[in-house]
Design a protein around this ligand. Sequence first.
Ligand code: BES
Ligand code: ZN
Ligand code: ZN
Length: 461
Amino acid sequence: MLEIKISDQKAQCEIEFITSVEGSEDEVILKEMNFKDVFFVQETRKLYIKVENHDPDTLRESAAKAVRYIKKLPFESARVHLCGGRKGIEAILMGLYCGDYVFETYKTQKEESPLREVFIECGCETLGVVLEECRVVASNIFLVRDLVNTIPNEATPSYLAQIAKDKAQELGIECSVLDQKKMQEEKMESLLAVARASVHEPKLIHLSYKPKTSKARLVFVGKGLTYDSGGLSLKPADYMVTMKADKAGGCAVMGIIFAIAQLGLPLEVHGIIGAVENMIGGNAYKPDDVLISREGKSIEVRNTDAEGRLVLADCLSYAQDLKPDYLIDLATLTGACVVGLGEFTYGIMGHNTELKNHFEQNALQSGELVAQLPFNSHLRKLIDSKIADVCNVSSSRYGGAITAGMFLAEFVREENRDKWLHLDIAGPAYVEKEWDINPYGASGIGVRGCVEFAKSLVEEK
Ligand code: BES
Ligand code: ZN
Ligand code: ZN
């Protein structure tokens, strides 16, 4: 991770965000060069990045661009000129950290950059706190990206469980793992059916952070499909590629819990991660099966590729035994959500309008793109089953993100109706072309938004 320091030391180069060339130190050169968006002035060793304004979103993206550019130059240190007030500074720091990330585990030739340190200054006392908060969130985004990028043969359910245990021990928080036998005792038939054809045993990972004083209890639930082949309703070859990223929700939940623990927020937080692999085989669960979920509801399976909701149904059930004040699930649940919102935005669903608005506001502020998708009673009818209580797929091709959300809603108890949010992160979880602060591959989406939301609960009460 890049080392960002508050220091007045001289750096080998500088980065400056400018709204206009007028008045800048290198005005003459920049004008001569017909400066448009990015230019490095050799003489003064200054990288100029044009920004339209000082909005946090603009500055964050520009900072990521700047760090990617500077890393290609032969400098070990850079000074970044901060701007944009507290929110702007926070955005710049997040852009610098996240823009620096590369995943090269499987490359024999790594692209080494000499850049080691970034110096900043602003003359305000709170900069140290802001910097440390950004470092914590960014380092957990890195952990999520690393995990999601890890290949499916390596990142199995037990691998995720081991990482969770190791990291929990390091942070002094609790982690327990339910194996197949324990889940059988818990009657998690829905989750276990999905896992059955895999050679990798499923794991239910339960992380908890319980500080001495707590203002609320939050339970995050994550879809951790370490691979989604589609099962017997097998995915076409082109659609199967990138399905190692179907664990992005579960990995994000890990990052969220660790970040909140490291920040020491006065909130009790739990993470429930359903780590499962969806494969084919003689003992695979089938379209036409009927499963009895942990909540007791029966589910008609008509498509084994709609497996995430089956795993989450049982995880949500388990999570509700913890009596949450807020229950939030994160999942790469549907391709339909990507069709509807595009690949940069994730969907927010639930019954509680106020909670959805509150979450939306915080997620947007953190720099994540989100949009609400509304439930309605007509769409609910599309998941009725003739032979069971509910069907795992809709009878219509339209509204697939919402009908999936409404399927999950079937497993949320009446008393938790207004405490629950479903986040469909299928779009932004995995990036096939670098954008904003995200490199190719896993983005770590959900961490910033959920941590920001958690912070807002502490400030309010
Ligand atoms: N993991 C997929 C959803 C997905 C698609 C995530 C693209 C990321 C990118 C999920 O398990 C799935 O396969 N959903 C099906 C549901 C359908 C069978 C009702 C889908 O979206 O096609
Ligand atoms: Zn699937
Ligand atoms: Zn899936």
